[in-house]
Ligand binder design. Structure first.
Ligand code: PRP
Length: 208
């Protein structure tokens, strides 16, 4: 599947292993999510458009580049928040638009509770951030929201995906590339990714 990119970067693999470990405490967990998110965002933004510019150095003129596209970071609350800050430091002029969704534990369907997007789109490229792509319901709903908003370039950056979530997102939004650190075995009956890392939001915020 051309639209799915699983990182093979040794740093990502090393950090993901620490992240999965149940002994990893929330402080370390947050640091790892932040660091993996930066590494994945590096891979997901290789094709951003540039504008040539010249700059004056202390010794002369140099040809350089400036980013041509306005980037929007779209963390899905809550767990997506842990991915946003590090990426934002790498691209400080990005806009951050939060989407609040929680997964109904019984139906596993996403329920929207926060969305303050302005009427028309203000960015060229939207990066959806959510560490877990489980059934894919939250990611599909977010891409739906962004498309209704008028966004035409959307990418999904996650950390762990289940094959079920990959299937659902690629079917619903074949134009949305997916960048993850790993695709795991499957979902269990409660919709948790196996072997996964547990509940990312709870481990991040210490609420488990
Ligand atoms: C988790 C996770 C994703 C969603 C993935 O969030 O962070 O947003 O579930 O599941 P899906 O692919 O089946 O939609 P959760 O609903 O637990 O909310 P939280 O981030 O506030 O903990």
């Amino acid at each position: 599947m051309e639209q799915v990119h699983v990182s093979t970067h040794p740093l990502v693999r090393h950090k993901l292993t620490l992240l999965r470990d149940q002994k990893t405490e929330p402080k370390k967990f947050r640091e790892l999510v932040r660091e993996i998110a930066i590494l994945l965002a590096y891979e997901a933004t290789m094709d951003l458009a540039l504008e040539p510019v010249t700059v004056t150095t202390p010794l002369g003129r140099a040809q350089g580049y400036t980013l041509r596209e306005k980037i929007g970071l779209i963390p899905i609350l809550r767990a997506g928040l842990g991915m946003a800050n590090g990426i934002w430091e790498m691209m400080p002029s990005a806009e951050v638009w939060h989407i609040g969704l929680f997964r109904d534990e019984r139906t596993l369907r996403p329920v929207e509770y926060y969305n303050k997007l302005p009427i028309s789109p203000t960015v060229d490229v939207c990066l959806i951030l959510d560490p877990m792509l489980a059934t894919g319901g939250s990611a599909v709903a977010t891409a739906d929201i962004l498309k209704r908003w008028g966004a035409n370039r959307i990418k999904f950056i996650g950390i762990i995906a289940a094959p079920e979530g990959i299937q659902r997102l690629t079917t619903a939004h074949p134009d949305v590339p997916i960048y993850v650190a790993a695709i795991d075995e499957r979902l269990n009956d409660s919709g948790f990714i196996l072997p996964g890392l547990g509940d990312a939001g709870d481990r991040m915020f210490g609420t488990g």
